[in-house]
Design a protein around this ligand. Structure first.
Ligand code: ZN
Length: 71
């Protein structure tokens, strides 16, 4: 059986198949949707639940402040 990679939604914490999540990459202070799954850098995954999409911006800004503090 082929292994399907799983990722965790950063909003709800649900683990699901990678292809069911949207990948965002943090780059130059912004989160960019990695549509073609080609961008380098640390990826953040969000599932397609309406509630997660609504909370995504808030989550991104908290991640952003965490990332910037680390520098
Ligand atoms: Zn979610």
């Amino acid at each position: 059986m082929k292994h399907i990679p799983e990722r965790t939604c950063i909003v709800c914490g649900k683990k699901t198949y990678k292809y069911l999540l949207d990948r965002y990459v943090y780059s130059n202070g912004k989160f960019i949707l990695d549509k073609d799954k080609k961008l380098d850098g640390r990826g953040f995954y969000i599932c397609r639940e309406e509630s997660c999409r609504k909370k995504a911006d808030k989550k991104f800004s908290s991640i952003k402040s965490r990332l910037e503090r680390r520098r």
